[in-house]
Structure formats: C-alpha cells, structure tokens
Design a protein around this ligand. Sequence first.
Ligand code: GLU
Length: 485
Amino acid sequence: MSVRVRFAPSPTGFLHIGGLRTALYNYLFAKHHGGECILRIEDTDQTRFVEGAEENIVDICRWAGMEFDESPEKGGPFGPYRQSERTELYQKYANELLQKGMAYRAFDTSEELDAMRERQKNAGIAAKYDRTVMRSEYTLGPDETQRLLDSGADYCIRLKVPVSGDIRFNDIVRGEVIVNARDVDDQILLKSDGFPTYHLANVVDDHLMQISHVIRGEEWLPSTPKHVLLYQAFDWEMPRFAHLPLLLNPDKSKMSKRFGDVFAKSFREKGFFPDALVNFVALLGWNPTADREIFTMTELIEHFSLEKVNKAGAVFDTKKLEWMNAQYLRASDGQSLLPELQRILHDHSIKISDERAKNILILLRERITFLNEIPSFGAYMFSESFEIDQEYKAKHWNEETSSIIHALLPVLKATESFEHEQLNEIIGGYSKEHGIASKFIIHPLRMMLTGKQVGAGLYETMEVLGKEICINRIERFLQEHGNPS
Ligand code: GLU
C-alpha cells in the first residue's frame, strides 16, 4: 500500500510546537516509506480564521526542513488543498448521506438548542441531540419538512448515529479503541450556512485525497468514532489512525496553546537552530533507541516508526532543548554558521572579517547555547569598552598580582607569536622559573583581557585577540589600575 499522509492544520493561529510535531511525524513517516506528505488547510470555520496563520505554518515547516509534496501553494492532483475552496464537494457528500438515510435535516434554532442543553444540564445528563424530540425531520414528518424546505427555513444536516452498539477502530499508538454509540452525538455535518464542520470535511478530504494514515494529536481522538461512522456511512475504506501523545509541561500539566512561548516561531526568534528543534521535537513521544539523542533529519527519517510512539504524554523540557541546541552549535563546522553569525554581528553594528568571525565562533561555541549570544558573551572580542566584573577584579587584583603582571609584560611584548601553544610555553615557563602559582597570572590576565571569569581557555582567547590588542589592554589596565591599593 502506498503511504499518503497529510498535515491538516486549521489557520486559527500561529503554528505551535505540538502542531510542528504533528507535521514532523507525518513527514518522517511519509519519507520513511517513500510516500507523500501533503499540506491541507482546514479553514472551514471562518469565524476562527486568523490572518497570516497559513503563511506562518508554511514558513515554519519550510524553516524546519519539511517540504510538502502537495499543498495549496504547490498544488497537486487532489487539489484544491484549502477546504474553503471545496465547499461544493462537502455539500454534495452531505446530500449523498441524506439520500442514503445516514444523515438528516434538523431545523432547530440556536435558542432551541440552548434550551435543550440547559434542560439536560439541569437533569444532570450529558448534552446530546435527541432527534426524536427536537425539530429534526423525524419528529416533523415528511410534509412539515417539505413545507419548511419550501419556505427557505434554515437547517443543518446531522449524522444519524446508531442508538446502540460499539464503534471500534484500531489506533497504531493506542491499540483497539471501543466507544459506545450511545455516547456519540448526532454530529452536525453541514451547517445552515452551507459550510461543513471539521468532521465531514476531514473525512471527505482524507478519502478523496487517498490518505492512507491519519496521524494527529490525541485531542482528536474523541472525534475519531464519528469519523469511523462516516466512513461506514459512505462505505469507504478507512485510513489507519495514529493519535500522538499530549505534550506536557515539566509539572505534567497540559502544555497550553495559550502561552506565547509554545509558538514554533518564538523558538526560531530565540535563536534555536531548526535542526536542533526538529531533533528535539521528534523525540517528544518517540524514542528510536535508548542510548542516542542526536539525529539529523535524514537519520530521523531512516529510524522513524509509528509503532515506537508512546502512549504516555511527553514532557517538554526546555533545558533539554537548550542542551541540544548547544550540541548542534558545538558540532557545527564554523563555516556553515558564518552567514548567520555575520548577520547577527551586523545587527549589533559589528563588522569583522569572516576569518575572524570564524575564529571567535570556534573559540566561544563551547561556552554558549545560542549563536546570538556571541555579541554579548564575547563583547571583549569586538570592542575595548567591555565591562569588567568587579567581583572578579576584587578577588584577583592586588599588590602582588600587579607586580607579577608588571614584570610579565616585557616578556609578553618580546614574545613573537601569540599562538596558544607558544603562550602556554612562555607563560608556563615564566611562572615555573619564578615560582609563581599560575593562578596569579591567569586570573589577572583574563580579567583585564576579557573582563570576566567565564570564557574559553586564556591562551586560546589571547591567540584570537592577537598580540596587539592583548598588549594594549594590559598596558591600558596597568595605567588605569596599576596601583591596586
Ligand atoms: N484541522 C485539524 C487541526 O487543526 C486537523 C485534525 C486532523 O488532523 O484531523 O488540527
């Protein structure tokens, strides 16, 4: 069987991290099986439409490295791929169900429906449409129904859900799911404005677009029995279902869509690498092997299987994501990140050669999580006006270290090469020869050259700064703070 899957977001907001995972799992599954992954925009609920949401979804998926085989933008043999452009189709299929007696018209006003819910609430029973009591064509009878239709009365089309019996389906992640038909509402399929609901449009499109596997978030699980009934009513073959586990906060509460920081674009703005975010998101609910966590997209595709997706909710651990980003930063060759780094430096009005930018990157990448930390973390690489950590200074700058550095300065000046091996030899040799513990040299130098306690190795830092800058900084510091007391 050929694999065709779809990512079917509603453009009701920016893509959140859960949506990114759904897109990714669909993509990985399709590519693993040499199949197609399509993008379908489910925009039938015009009241919840958000301007720019579709563009954001497309943009983030592309940034993350996913290209859809068919989409609204790209087209394809099963288009259009935006549901709002397919409304006639849904009307046709809703009518087909009417003809078959699998669906029926209902003429209730919203006030009547509110009153029904109120009655059910007061009686302590679950809200459910009762077609034998409400103004459905079953209670009204054929003549009255026809009269209402002729008079142009508003109506919707509802699914005729069996009154009893089990609805069963197999979920690749969750196993067999059984729901009693009694607990399923007579779902509206077509609203009085002629627009379909999610359920009808989703099933019709999955069928027409020849979708083989429906991979979506667990929040859609309660909808699936209705979809199963629809497939049965149409006499269509069902796709296979896989419902992905919920994403949880570290305290195990449900990761809400409401907070700004669950939008995929916020992660991009913070400076996460797309490969790191994709790697991290792929492991939210799926573990290929216990002993490995770093995977490229190609490796994810190679290993992905729905059978290994967990049922239990997946905890979203930002610390782990940051760790992963740092791994990608460290593993990168300086060259490939250069354009991005130069762009960041440019935004900070820093102009340096590619060669220098690359050396700085290689020097500092072990110490940072994001590329965009370089301008502030490595401020001393770009300007003479970096700040000096006063606590660090107070700890390491005194009469003794002052006289040590004064005496060392001519030695440094006489040192031709500032390559770190050379510095190690010269400074190491000097401290041995004079019986000076190296901390009395390393800390004062680090403080005056970088301003802070944390950073890359001192000699490597001095090499990247270069002899001229180092000597100037030491001399200037000695002039300004030469006498510590
Ligand atoms: N339009 C639904 C959403 O916004 C799609 C759910 C599904 O994949 O069936 O996620």
